[in-house]
Design a protein around this ligand. Structure first.
Ligand code: HEC
Ligand code: HEC
Ligand code: HEC
Ligand code: HEC
Ligand code: HEC
Ligand code: HEC
Ligand code: HEC
Ligand code: HEC
Ligand code: HEC
Length: 480
């Protein structure tokens, strides 16, 4: 059985008016709920047409018969394009080839760039005759971090605040510099469609690449060569942020799958709100393990709170609060929040729940739509598995989450409910009062305005005007 919610619920003007007045008075607004109306939305184009396919730029791939080296560069290449030029040994014991292929360079996008545009510290007289010590390949690469700035200001600026750049600044010996993703001497146009294994991210995020290459997008990419997203289409290439920070990735999904809200709304009531509270992978990676992430957000504006640099609070305060070491219970959680807010007079941290998959790897195991989770009971049933694992998180200084285990009972405790920005799933996290409401709904005796007033008064949260009507409807579809 499938129920279209547009036909089930009824608009109740008085209930809506009361809610509107109430929410105005209390200053509560539903945070950015995407309210798409499947009836009025224009017929959107399928995802496959959403973004033009990258073109094969043949000009960039053809040998440049006409390109030649300048005479200065030719002088360098007398030695550097010699097949037998000796490789250099670094102090770390690695061997680094000194051979630069003229042919590859002339085929590359840098065919007009001179060696000395990037290399200006090679001493004219002694160069090549006196060996200069080199600590390690990594150190050498790092010394070229500023070599691209003069010509690629925009990319350098974009990169500056990325998670990779922050890691570099913190001294990471694994985070990428420009040269880890682009080989200056051989790079082709980024518009060329290459085998997906050539995507630079695969060098470091091997497991994720493997998962991705076997999921619905990776397979589409291999089969059809283009269109389906590569890493940078979801994460961006230079402004890469920690994956769970903000809504950037969800927005990326929706840029290609433009009509998603409308398409889900047909069977999923309030799809926009489900999208806010559930990451796409929860339903689309059907074999993934799931959990509830209670993200610390600012009460005003709802932005995720960043751990302060230098004076870390999260670890210290959660450790102090966690008496039993089994994860925070409701009491410990609320005393942690109190302490945290005391130490951060500027911010007021509350919790915003999100259902997500447990590992980043599993976010890259998206399946075809027919395998996606459609059964409401997976979430809307007492003891539903996704709600058994609960964590508390703050965004670390580089945006990556710092986690603390939380007892699952926190979700059902009236004590912690006050500090949560209203995240619950009817029936599964059994807050007693909600259950009571649910029972009434199931019995069909609840009238809409009363439900609103009760909910608003008790939880001080602006919920959808037709909450109760939808609850009623949801109990209908659950029976399918
Ligand atoms: C667009 C900038 C750029 C141009 C043009 C360029 N290089 Fe490089 N080169 C680099 C960077 C960056 C590195 C160090 C990073 C790396 O590759 O690990 C490097 C490294 C090298 C190395 C060390 C070996 C290696 O592969 O790391 C040699 C030798 C070298 N370049 C020679 C040349 C010569 C000769 C030319 C001209 C024919 C040239 N380069 C043109 C950017 C450039
Ligand atoms: C006479 C041959 C010769 C010429 C000409 C020459 N090189 Fe080299 N180059 C070498 C040798 C040999 C090494 C390895 C030196 C060592 O072991 O320290 C080297 C190392 C390098 C390196 C890597 C180490 C470093 O110092 O960064 C770069 C980059 C480089 N050359 C660029 C150039 C450029 C640019 C030119 C032209 C302006 C040039 N070379 C001209 C022979 C030459
Ligand atoms: C983590 C890997 C990664 C790092 C680090 C990286 N890039 Fe890129 N870059 C990419 C990818 C992937 C693309 C192509 C995808 C796209 O954006 O369309 C790209 C595209 C480009 C382009 C061509 C397209 C454009 O936006 O103009 C330039 C130029 C460029 N990068 C320069 C740089 C410079 C300079 C740095 C260092 C500040 C850098 N990149 C660091 C991955 C990287
Ligand atoms: C002297 C100027 C100059 C410097 C320095 C330079 N580049 Fe470039 N780069 C160019 C030019 C010119 C192109 C040709 C395409 C264009 O106009 O963007 C190019 C193209 C590229 C592209 C391919 C863009 C595309 O559209 O496919 C990448 C990636 C890139 N450079 C990376 C780098 C990196 C990384 C460095 C530093 C190690 C660097 N460049 C240093 C001038 C430079
Ligand atoms: C279809 C969009 C999409 C594509 C394509 C994609 N990712 Fe992701 N990526 C995601 C999502 C969604 C998450 C999880 C975000 C969250 O926690 O909400 C994620 C998480 C990550 C993480 C964090 C992992 C962790 O442990 O938390 C990394 C690293 C990552 N991706 C790298 C990559 C690489 C490398 C590629 C290419 C091989 C890639 N991604 C391709 C959507 C994508
Ligand atoms: C030279 C190695 C290297 C390359 C290349 C590289 N990364 Fe990373 N990346 C790292 C390291 C190291 C970290 C920090 C450890 C971690 O979280 O995996 C990281 C972290 C990340 C994160 C944040 C993880 C989180 O928890 O949210 C994302 C997202 C990410 N990378 C995406 C990419 C994408 C997309 C590309 C290609 C455009 C790429 N990386 C290329 C080394 C690399
Ligand atoms: C509550 C589970 C759930 C969530 C959350 C969810 N989906 Fe879906 N999605 C499904 C199911 C089930 C289908 C298959 C519907 C059908 O076949 O009738 C589907 C279908 C799709 C399709 C195929 C649409 C078509 O008919 O062509 C796309 C694309 C899609 N989802 C993207 C997304 C994106 C992007 C997100 C996150 C913003 C998301 N989904 C969140 C369950 C979900
Ligand atoms: C660059 C565009 C692009 C982005 C970004 C993108 N997708 Fe896709 N997606 C595609 C294409 C192309 C296909 C394969 C053709 C199709 O079925 O529409 C596809 C297929 C799918 C399917 C399978 C649909 C089916 O019919 O079985 C799902 C589910 C899906 N994507 C979900 C997501 C999610 C979730 C995200 C974000 C994490 C995302 N997509 C990001 C382009 C994109
Ligand atoms: C993957 C888990 C999951 C699935 C599957 C799921 N939901 Fe939900 N649902 C949630 C969560 C989590 C919330 C709480 C959202 C919030 O409070 O922000 C929610 C909220 C709701 C709400 C209340 C919305 C409101 O206005 O407060 C209704 C009604 C609902 N779901 C009905 C359904 C129906 C009907 C289905 C099956 C067609 C379904 N859900 C499938 C997780 C799920």
């Amino acid at each position: 059985m499938s129920i279209n919610f547009k036909t089930v619920h009824k608009w109740h003007p008085r209930g809506a008016l009361i809610s509107a007045l109430l929410s105005l008075a209390l200053g509560f607004f539903a945070p950015g709920v995407v309210a798409a109306d499947s009836a009025s939305a224009p017929a959107a184009s399928p995802a496959s047409e959403a973004k033009p396919a990258p073109k094969i730029v043949s000009a960039a791939d053809k040998p440049r018969d006409d390109a030649t080296l300048s005479s200065e560069d030719e002088a360098c290449q007398k030695c550097h394009d010699k097949p037998d030029i000796a490789a250099k040994m670094t102090d770390a014991g690695e061997s680094l080839s000194m051979r630069i292929s003229t042919k590859d360079l002339l085929l590359s996008m840098h065919f007009e760039t001179s060696c000395t545009d990037c290399h200006d510290s090679q001493d004219g007289k002694d160069h090549g005759k006196v060996a200069v010590p080199m600590k390690s390949k990594r150190e050498y690469r790092l010394s070229y971090q500023n070599a691209c700035t003069t010509c690629h200001k925009k990319n350098v600026a974009d990169f500056k605040d990325s998670v990779h750049a922050v890691l570099l600044k913190e001294g990471s010996d694994k985070a990428p510099t420009c040269s880890d993703c682009h080989n200056s001497h051989t790079l082709r146009s980024v518009k060329l469609v290459e085998p997906i294994a050539n995507v630079p991210c695969a060098n470091c995020h091997k497991e994720i690449f493997r998962a991705y290459s076997e999921d619905v997008h990776g397979l589409e990419r291999v089969a059809k060569g283009k269109k389906a997203p590569l890493c940078a289409d979801c994460h961006s290439s230079h402004k890469i942020q920690a994956a769970s920070l903000g809504e950037g990735i969800k927005d990326a999904c929706l840029t290609c799958h433009k009509d998603s809200v409308a398409k889900h709304e047909v069977w999923l009531p309030n799809a926009g709100q489900h999208f806010e509270a559930i990451s796409c992978a929860v339903c689309h990676a059907p074999y993934a393990q799931r959990r509830v992430n209670l993200r610390m957000v600012d009460k005003v504006g709802g932005k995720q709170i960043l751990e302060t640099k230098g004076v870390p609070k999260f670890d210290r305060l959660t450790k102090a609060a966690d008496g039993g070491d089994f994860g925070l219970d409701a009491k410990e959680l609320s005393s942690f929040l109190k302490e945290f807010n005391l130490e951060n007079p500027g911010s007021k941290a509350i919790l915003s729940g999100r259902l997500e998959v447990r590992s980043g790897l599993q976010s890259h195991q998206l399946s075809e739509k027919k395998e996606a989770i459609k059964d409401c009971k997976v979430c809307h049933e007492a003891g539903a598995v996704p709600f058994v694992s609960v964590v508390l998180s703050i965004a670390g200084p580089d945006g990556r989450p710092m986690l603390q285990g939380v007892e699952k009972e926190v979700l059902t405790s009236a004590e912690s409910f006050g500090s949560m920005r209203g995240f619950y799933a009817i029936g599964s996290t059994r807050i007693k009062l909600l259950d009571y409401l649910l029972v009434l709904v199931l019995l069909g005796v609840l009238c809409v305005p009363v439900a609103h007033l009760t909910a608003h008064r008790l939880f001080k949260r602006k919920r959808d005007e037709l909450n109760a009507a939808r609850m009623k409807a949801s109990s209908g579809t659950t029976q399918k």
